[in-house]
Ligand binder design. Structure first.
Ligand SMILES: NC(=O)c1ccc[n+]([C@@H]2O[C@H](COP(=O)([O-])OP(=O)(O)OC[C@H]3O[C@@H](n4cnc5c(N)ncnc54)[C@H](OP(=O)(O)O)[C@@H]3O)[C@@H](O)[C@H]2O)c1
Length: 309
């Protein structure tokens, strides 16, 4: 392993840091949570399934016996659950150093969340938007805190359509299009959050990351047709490990180099694999008017108002 590549060996000591990782029981989130714990952080596994989270926690504890990690239930398809998570977290903790908005679903059939949001947009964007807003007071009072939003190369195929943001009743829905829109929303949210942090001179920063193509459980909703399964099997062979895929997220969260509004991804072939470096997202992700409109709509839909005061 070349020393010039950024790896987990470059991670600083995280003793005393409080971190939350959504979707920490699997894939990228599991790897990130494990490395935070290994480096001394108190790590909250924010997961929808307590059983799966318990298994993940046992795996972390067996590898890192002195890990400081705990589970707080979070289901991003339910605003009630997001609110309950924030309340429970605040009962125990009065600061938050790192929030990793990682959990996600991909290419699911059309469906809606408990609150009636299109599932991919609701889970990947709106749930995390609400979570961040509810934890904003702690982020603002914790010096140098960071919000990391996990996006995807798939943001490039996303288009914002504010007249039919959530493919009402499945109108115009495609699995791929809805995923792309949700991942584009992750970036629009990151950049707007950073502008808002800067406007109040906050020391908090917002950074985005993507894992390239990584072998995780994300493909579980891919069509059951034989050619999709074949494609999936081929993709699995070409993709990197979840541990490698987690590096951009981990670097964005802990390395001194990332600045607010940066985006980290793998340095290899077409950003599909490799070691984490600063990368560029597409033009649409930098649209300030779309970012502002998305922010207003997200506040209205979730009922969560960000108070930077
Ligand atoms: N793997 C890749 O190649 C790739 C590429 C680009 C971007 N990404 C992004 O990376 C992130 C992590 O995905 P992954 O690849 O690690 O997939 P994964 O192995 O499927 O992990 C996804 C995690 O999100 C959780 N999750 C899903 N819906 C949730 C909900 N409603 N509430 C709370 N947690 C929920 C899952 O919980 P359950 O286990 O209970 O379902 C799981 O812990 C996602 O944002 C994804 O878009 C991945």
């Amino acid at each position: 392993m070349s020393k010039s590549h950024w790896t987990v060996e470059n991670m600083p000591d995280m003793t005393g840091k409080i971190t939350i990782v959504t979707g920490a029981n699997s894939g990228i989130g599991f790897e990130a949570a494990k490395e935070f714990a290994r480096n001394g952080a108190t790590t909250i596994l924010a997961c929808r399934s307590i059983d799966k989270a318990q298994t993940a926690l046992e795996q972390i504890s067996s590898e890192i016996p002195d890990a400081s990690a705990e589970i707080i239930r979070l289901d991003l398809t339910s605003l009630e659950s997001v609110n309950r998570f924030a309340d429970m977290f605040k009962v125990k903790y009065d600061r938050l150093n790192i929030l990793v908005n990682n959990a996600g679903i991909m290419w699911t059939p059309y469906g809606t969340t408990e609150d009636g949001f299109e599932s991919q947009f609701g889970t990947n964007h709106l749930g995390h938007f609400a979570l961040t807003g509810l934890l904003l007071d702690l982020l603002l009072k914790t010096p140098g805190s960071r919000v990391i939003n996990v996006s995807s190369l798939g943001h490039r195929s996303g288009k914002m359509d504010f007249d039919n943001l959530m493919f009402e009743n499945g109108n115009g829905y495609s699995r791929h299009g809805a995923y792309g829109r949700s991942k584009l929303a992750n970036l629009l949210f990151t950049y707007e959050l950073q502008r808002k942090f800067e406007a109040v001179n906050a020391s908090a920063i917002a950074v985005a990351a993507h894992p390239g193509g990584s072998n995780t459980n994300l493909g579980r909703h891919v069509e059951s047709k034989w050619y999709f399964r074949l494609l999936q099997r081929l993709t699995e062979r070409m993709t990197q490990s979840a541990a490698m895929g987690a590096l951009p997220t981990i670097r964005a969260a802990v390395d001194p180099q990332p600045k607010g509004g940066d985006y980290y991804g793998p340095n290899g072939f077409m950003e599909s694999r490799g070691y984490p470096v600063k990368v560029k997202s597409n033009g649409a992700s930098h649209s300030e008017s779309d970012a502002q409109q998305l922010w207003q709509v997200s506040e209205r839909l979730t009922g969560v108002r960000f108070n930077f005061g």
